[in-house]
Design a protein around this ligand. Structure first.
Ligand SMILES: [Fe+2]
Length: 413
């Protein structure tokens, strides 16, 4: 359905009646309109219109993509009429549209396309953000479909008993501190309200893959790049890429622990050290070889600790790695399966050990405490400075062009 918001009175293009309410959320983009309040393009807004069966939501953004305001038009109707409009900014928005119409400016045509919520690999909102080159985004909470919330509910409910059994006590405490709703996909702003006062960390919504340096550097700044999409509710076990359950239920509870948070920040600092060291290496070939090797070593360290780490405790070995904490099958397998190799961590092994992401891990490393983990990060940096990460064993993970560029062009403030 094509709608021209400019050439018709705005209210006329609203869905007249919810008799045949769309089954799926749809979305319209009205973009790059200069602000009617200012001639300066740099403060121009664009409008995102997000249509749901009962509401019409507006996101007003600055030209750079920062959210300026969100408004909700309530389409709750009696006799098929629009009942009421909430929010004065929405009125401003309508006035702005009228002003643009009168001014004879370019008239963008908005198209409404079906949108299946914020489902992993099926979210037009995310695709648009990626096309626009937006790494950091705002979580458009109203776009989550009921199926998305159901997926969260199922994932959370079935993990709870497993967490009680296999997770380390710091994680269980973290889950309690965050007050996550077991039934609805969490709002990042709610999560952050509980998280920030504990360790200064916050979850920051991203549109997808973040190049290695930017990712590590975010940790240094106590920001955790967080995926906002969620896997399909009929594919709970299959996860082709991170989703909000992995990031919020798997990672973020660990960020409530002070010692763990410090280790994570320390790890982020290592990325700065790496970028500085590499910038001083003469000869392009040598520089790229060393950088590739250092990124590989850091990614492996992250994998075998933050993602798949085990920790020794009074009640035996427990899980603290987020890849395990967000996997119903693997969390039990990691602790119970006799074929899994579980060894006290040794840095030289972790940084030289390849891994594959598409099957249960055959090898896991155990730390004694988060103090121990912090000490390992210190050691990682010391080895980096001594050149001991410049030629680690080949194999997974791969290091792509974007990762390399992110280190070579790092801003080292
Ligand atoms: Fe992760």
């Amino acid at each position: 359905m094509e709608v021209d918001y400019v050439t018709k009175d705005f209210h006329r293009v609203l869905p007249r009646t919810p008799k045949r309410a769309p089954l799926r959320i749809s979305r319209t983009n009205l973009r790059y309109w200069p602000s009617p309040l200012c001639d300066d393009d740099s403060v121009a807004f664009f409008f995102d219109v997000i249509q749901q069966p009962q509401t019409l939501g507006f996101e007003l953004r600055h030209w750079n993509g920062d959210l300026f305001h969100t408004s909700i038009l309530d389409l709750t109707t009696r006799n098929g009429q629009i009942a009421r409009i909430i929010d004065t900014t929405l009125m401003w928005c309508l006035n702005a549209i009228a002003w643009i119409r009168k001014s004879g400016m370019n008239r963008p045509t908005a198209s409404i396309a079906t949108q299946p919520g914020l489902t992993t690999t099926e979210a037009p909102f995310i695709e648009q953000a990626q096309r626009d080159g937006q790494l950091y985004i705002t979580q458009p909470y109203e776009l989550y479909s009921e199926e998305n919330h159901q997926a969260w509910q199922k994932l959370y409910q079935r993990m709870l008993p497993r967490w009680q059994h296999y997770a380390n006590p710091h994680f269980l405490e973290g889950i309690g501190s965050l007050c996550l709703d077991p039934n609805r996909v969490p709002r990042l702003e709610d999560v952050n309200r509980f998280l920030r006062p504990l360790t200064g960390f916050e979850a920051k919504a991203v549109s997808g893959y973040i190049p290695a340096f930017l990712f590590f550097d975010s940790l240094r700044n106590r920001q955790f790049p967080t995926t906002i999409t969620i896997r399909r509710s009929d594919q709970l076990d299959y996860l082709p890429e991170p989703d909000i359950f992995h990031d919020i239920a798997g990672h973020v509870p660990m960020h409530t622990d002070k010692l763990f948070a410090e280790a994570l920040v320390r790890f982020g600092e290592c990325a700065h050290t790496a970028a500085e060291l590499v910038s001083g290496i003469r000869g392009r070939e040598t520089q790229m070889h060393c950088l590739t090797s250092i990124i590989k070593a850091m990614a492996r360290f992250f994998w075998f600790t933050i993602e798949f780490g085990l920790m020794r405790g009074a009640d035996g070995v427990k899980v603290y790695g987020s890849g395990l904490l967000s996997s119903y099958g693997e969390i039990a397998h990691a602790i119970e399966a006799p074929e899994v190799q579980r060894f006290p961590i040794q840095l030289e092994w972790a940084i030289n050990q390849a891994f594959k992401i598409d099957h249960y891990q055959p090898l896991l490393f155990i730390v004694d405490s988060f103090d121990h983990l912090f000490g390992l990060v210190d050691q990682l940096e010391a080895w980096m400075k001594a050149g001991k990460l410049n030629n680690v064993a080949p194999g997974e993970p791969g290091v792509n062009e974007e990762d390399l560029k992110s280190f070579l062009h790092a801003e080292l403030g």
